[in-house]
Design a protein around this ligand. Structure first.
Ligand SMILES: Nc1ncnc2c1ncn2[C@@H]1O[C@H](COP(=O)(O)OP(=O)(O)OP(=O)(O)O)[C@@H](O)[C@H]1O
Length: 257
């Protein structure tokens, strides 16, 4: 779908979500536009995955409204921990299945194979295309799911903790790749526990603790008072070459001086 950057793709208005009567998210107002590149942060159980699934449309709000732009295509990259890696399938097969979800013919066409090959190359995993998915590194697994999501040509990409369990260099590569996709016109919302490695590098952060505690640029929300209301813990914030750095003194991370 062609998008203009500021065009609203999704809007949540007064959204509550309960699981069996137990509240998971409350009174959420949130707008995703064509140029959004946002990270949702918050403690475990604060409703981040639930919020993504409301945006994806696999959960319907208990109360409130989700407005969705007509023809919106959403790609979803799940948390790697939720995948059954024992499934004996290669990277190419796994990505082809995603490409073919809406097709009638049981076999892939040459064009589909070419397209899958191209997207695997583009994401730097062409060389492991015929490897079993369980034999990939965490970074390669993440790219494979990104490839599956991109084949739907989404205008919005949702990623659940795309960098968890990855080393520093791979985290940066994934973040860089997502930044590039965003510049190409894909709107992105991700969840993360990594405040310093990911969240502070994004243009927009949503702090969630059942409710949206605050949202905005890192300089607006990465502040001790907002972080305390979000995480329920005292966190310090330092300025380092123009970037905000969150310091958890409770975890024994002391800063010299
Ligand atoms: N299918 C479900 N049935 C019942 N309760 C659920 C279900 N999924 C999530 N919950 C509960 O809803 C709350 C929010 O869960 P959610 O997974 O959205 O949090 P999260 O912020 O993504 O957590 P984490 O950072 O640990 O992944 C939690 O209390 C969780 O136990």
């Amino acid at each position: 779908m062609p998008t203009t950057p500021s065009r609203p793709l999704l809007r949540l208005s007064g959204v509550d979500l309960d699981y069996g009567g137990v509240p998971a998210v409350r009174s959420v107002d949130l707008t995703v536009t064509g140029d959004t590149f946002a990270g949702v942060v918050g403690p475990s159980g604060s409703g981040k995955t639930t919020l993504l699934r409301l945006l994806l449309g696999t959960l319907r709000p208990t109360r409130g409204i989700v407005h969705r732009a007509a023809g919106l295509t959403v790609g979803y990259v799940p948390q790697l921990e939720t995948i059954n890696w024992d499934f004996p399938v290669t990277v190419r097969e796994c990505v082809l299945v995603a490409r073919r979800q809406t097709r009638l013919r049981p076999w892939p066409t040459r064009a589909e194979r070419t397209e899958v090959g191209e997207v695997l190359e583009r994401l730097g995993i062409g060389a492991v295309a015929d490897r079993r998915i369980r034999d990939l590194s965490g970074g390669q697994q993440q790219r494979m799911f990104l490839a599956r999501a991109l084949l739907r040509r989404p205008s919005l990409l949702l990623l659940d903790e795309p960098t968890s369990g990855l080393d520093l260099a791979t985290r940066h590569e994934i973040l860089h790749m997502l930044g590039e996709l965003n510049r190409q016109g894909v709107s992105i919302v991700l969840t993360t526990h990594d405040l310093n490695g990911i969240a502070t590098h994004l243009p927009h952060i949503v702090c969630l603790r059942q409710r949206v505690v605050a949202e905005g640029a890192p300089e607006v929300v990465i502040r001790p008072d907002v972080l305390e209301r979000t995480f329920g813990a005292r966190l310090d914030v330092l300025e380092h070459y123009g970037l905000r750095v969150v310091v958890d003194r409770g975890a024994g991370l002391e800063v010299a001086g």
